[in-house]
Design a binder for this molecule. Structure first.
Ligand SMILES: [Zn+2]
Length: 493
């Protein structure tokens, strides 16, 4: 069978430095294999070793804590020194889409450096705990002041928590068919809230912000905005576990719909759709505004959930700032882009509407502007803050739910890897925008009335420039027709 040939080729000992795991689904169970062995992962948590030793021996979501341990043991070179939280559930979700799921998914080793195929100094996408660990802070009105907790949640819990805090009753946190979501509201961290009363909630995403480093910098006083949120709430040291793959658009969609990729349909930043024969690239400045086209019919966004419970007036009930997954939001950056015909069309038509990054008051290290992605991200995030301040210009017209995505943190971590000066300056920059927003809320007298949630869509690990190579020659040698999207999603044709 051709899948077996692919698995055998990819688990050859010669590829062990670049292939961490090969995963797939067979007879309703998740399978994982590498050069050490093969295991069947049952949904009830059982590990049935089929060959050799269990390559996914640990699923501990709290692995590599405290942060000093992560730093000391960065980039595990064998899977038995790593951890893969919720492995069965996350693999099963990735393989639940009949048309878009690959036949096998290949997980890069944490150290694999593959610039020739789109890889960076800092990378994410793996099933492993560090690339899957996003920060999670809750703060402000209705949040228990518990400080730092040795606990974790999942990113599919974030959207339901935002919607619940905004006043959507628990019974209405469902998909479009009325089915339960994969995640649920994190009520253990909230005070008893009267159900069904709209309250102002702001969800903030710092793309790719590293959980451990963010909390460490906040404790050291280098992120005063985060520290201010933490004083009025809590943060989970284990963060929130991303869906697999731990890539951007898959997890933005999981956050904002409360379900995994097998239900929402955005399987990766790049995937293939067998039904249409189309290669879909949803995570691109030119396609972000089209994201709703790829959502599966059963999905409901939290903007749609909240809108169902807030009377419509003259001002937006829900706002989605710089976020691709904005279906249903009364205000959406992408709605404006759709109207203008896309990102490039919008920015060129506006004749330099994008602010000059050199002039950004939030940029502390101008040398980072030499990286084109970082440079663009500074512009996008400056415009994001402008939009948020405008939406909150007057507390009477401010949205019930505001979702505010920031991107420079992803650029900083890709460019320099976690804990690098570039990554840290990107965290400080995002924090400076947060400080400006909090100061504005204080000035208009509403700071204490707002509930905040700060998170990211995935974590990051640093690659090792000496660990190079590709599994592509091994696949080519099989002589089977295939596509490898990502790379890592292998489709047999
Ligand atoms: Zn991301």
């Amino acid at each position: 069978m051709s899948r077996e040939a692919v698995v055998t080729a990819l688990t050859a000992p010669g590829l062990k430095d670049v292939v961490d795991l090969v995963v797939w689904v067979e007879d309703g169970a998740a399978l994982a294999a590498n050069h050490l062995g093969r295991v069947r992962l049952h949904a009830d948590g059982r590990h049935e070793v089929l060959e050799g030793i269990d390559p996914v021996a640990s699923e501990d979501p709290m692995a590599f804590l405290p942060h000093a341990r992560e730093v000391a043991q960065a980039g595990p070179s064998v899977s038995t020194d790593n951890a893969y939280p919720y492995a069965a559930h996350r693999i099963l979700s990735l393989f639940a889409d009949a048309d878009r799921s690959p036949d096998v998914a290949v997980v890069h080793t944490p150290r694999h450096f593959f610039p020739e195929e789109g890889g960076h100094v800092g990378e994410h996408g793996s099933l492993d705990v560090i690339q899957s660990r996003a920060p999670l802070l809750l703060s402000g009105a209705g949040v228990r002041r518990l400080g730092l907790l040795d606990e974790h949640a999942r990113l599919v819990d974030v959207g339901p928590t935002l919607a619940y805090a905004a006043g959507v009753p628990r019974a209405d946190l469902t998909d479009a068919r009325g089915d339960a979501l994969d995640g649920g509201p994190l009520t253990a961290y909230l005070e008893e809230l009267p159900e069904g009363q709209p309250r102002r909630v702001v969800g903030i995403l710092w793309d790719g912000a590293h959980c451990g480093d963010l909390l460490e910098l906040a404790e050291r006083g280098e992120l005063p905005g985060v520290a201010r949120l933490l004083e009025r709430g809590l943060a989970l040291r284990g963060g929130a576990v991303a869906e697999f793959p731990s890539v951007t658009l898959t997890n933005h969609t999981s956050i904002l719909t409360g379900v995994g990729p097998g239900r929402h349909g955005v399987l990766g930043n790049v995937f293939y759709d067998r039904a249409t024969g189309e290669r879909v690239v949803p995570n691109d400045a030119e396609t972000w505004h089209r994201s709703a086209e790829w959502l599966r019919p059963g999905v409901r966004t939290i903007f749609e959930m909240v809108n169902d419970h807030v009377p419509q007036g003259d001002s937006p009930r829900t706002a989605s700032v710089d976020e691709a997954i904005d279906r249903g939001a009364d205000y959406g950056t992408m709605t404006l882009l759709r109207a203008a015909g896309g990102f490039d069309a919008a920015t060129s038509a506006a004749g330099g509407m994008m602010p000059q990054p050199e002039e950004s008051p939030f940029l502390s290290r101008p040398e980072h502007l030499a990286d084109p992605y970082f440079r663009w991200a500074v512009q996008v995030d400056d415009m994001g803050l402008q939009q948020v301040l405008q939406l909150w210009g007057n507390h009477r017209t401010a949205p019930t739910l505001t979702w505010w995505a920031n991107v420079v943190t992803d650029a900083g971590h890709h460019g320099g890897g976690p804990r690098s000066e570039m990554a840290r300056s990107s965290l400080r920059q995002s924090d400076a925008r947060l400080v400006a927003f909090l100061a504005h809320l204080e000035a208009i007298g509403v700071l204490d009335e707002v509930t905040f949630l700060l998170t990211a869509d995935h974590g990051f690990e640093a690659s090792d420039p000496t660990v190079t190579g590709s599994w592509r020659p091994a696949l080519d040698a099989l002589g089977l027709p295939y596509r490898d999207e990502g790379p890592g999603f292998v489709y047999l044709l």
